[in-house]
Design a protein. Structure first.
Length: 346
């Protein structure tokens, strides 16, 4: 196959940041994607519907002229979140989901939930009104190994929550383990998972072999090869419970290349080329549209996009910049470590 036309894709997990960084990265998403679920872990975080309204206005203002892009807003769950505000945000059509960050799990998550029982009134209201919960599925207790935190979260947090509130719709974001894939497959209803571009391509060796390579460091951290293969099998299977959420997360290079570097990989600019490569390798190009364009809208109860994009396989390698320059500073672009030949036709 040399050419593939699919419905315009969506990104169901995206970090745009704010200010100069937002202005520097938004075009890389709006160029190819029609919609994206926007993460709320700003400083300060997006905790109320009013916060989300203001943030959405800043995103739209930063869009390049002529780009059609819809930011789907989320709220940052805290132990003080108002159930009434969440319900009002859902009814207004502004709020697409609420995000659970276990406190300390990732970038700007220090204000997240420490005691899930204190957030139960909000979760119960969400279940009642049909508002999905997006979860960063890791425990943060120091005695749990970082490579085991997703599996332990499923056992000790997520499964008890779903048994307590089976009607709550839950998205396991950026699934990284075969444990997560198996758990989603075992669910009868109300559970799905997003998978990132980079977790389909790298395992933990990319971070650690041949020296520390901070631009492959993310949270949840990449796992061993057997988990990567489980993710690829799920993403390319056509199973409607799995869909694209890039978790593209820009950080300026000085904050990545330091003694305590930030977690995050920037993939918005080359995600579609990377995905086409992966799906071609797996003999599943005919299922790329389901993963990138169909399964996510079905899960979130939204229509699929009416317009389309066309991917073309070039004989020569398609090049992307090693870095992009933003008003906040340089951001390194994800390097998949193999040549890319699929390009989005403009």
């Amino acid at each position: 196959m040399q050419k593939l036309t699919i419905r315009r894709p969506d990104d169901w997990h995206l970090h745009l940041r704010d200010g100069a960084m937002l202005e520097g990265v938004i075009a890389d998403t709006s160029r190819h994607f029609a919609r994206a679920i926007i993460m709320p872990n700003l400083v300060p975080p997006v905790v109320t519907t009013a916060d989300a309204t203001a943030y959405r206005e800043r995103i739209l203002k930063a869009l390049p002229a002529g780009d059609r892009f819809e930011p789907l807003m989320t709220l940052y769950l805290t132990e003080q979140t108002s159930p009434d505000d969440v319900e009002e945000g859902k009814k207004s059509g502004l709020i697409t989901a609420v995000k659970l960050y276990p406190a300390g799990a990732t970038t700007n998550s220090h204000g997240g939930v420490r005691d899930l029982n204190k957030a139960m009134p909000v979760l119960e209201r969400m279940a009642k009104v049909g508002l999905p919960l997006c979860v960063h599925g890791e425990v943060t207790t120091p005695e749990v190994d970082i490579f085991d935190r997703e599996a332990v979260f499923i056992e000790t947090v997520l499964d008890p929550l779903r048994q307590r509130l089976p009607e709550l719709k839950v998205t396991m974001e950026h699934v990284t383990t075969s444990d997560g894939i198996s758990y989603i497959k075992s669910a009868k209803a109300n559970l799905a998972g997003s998978i990132t571009t980079h977790h389909l391509i790298i395992n933990r060796n990319a971070i650690l072999v041949g020296g520390i390579r901070p631009h492959y460091y993310c949270l949840p951290v990449a796992k061993r090869e057997s988990h990567r293969l489980a993710l690829r099998a799920a993403a390319t299977s056509g199973d409607t419970r799995f869909f694209l959420g890039t978790d593209s997360a820009p950080h300026v290079d000085p904050l990545k290349e330091c003694a305590c570097g930030c977690a995050g990989i920037y993939t918005s600019i080359n995600t579609m080329s990377c995905l086409a490569h992966v799906f071609e390798q797996e003999g599943a190009l005919d299922r790329l549209e389901a993963f990138a364009s169909l399964n996510g809208p079905a899960w979130y109860g939204l229509p699929v996009n009416e317009d389309s994009i066309t991917l073309v396989r070039r004989p020569e390698a398609v090049t992307f910049p090693a870095k992009i320059e933003t008003g906040a500073g340089p951001v390194t672009v994800f390097d998949p470590m193999f040549p890319l030949h699929w390009d989005v036709e403009i």
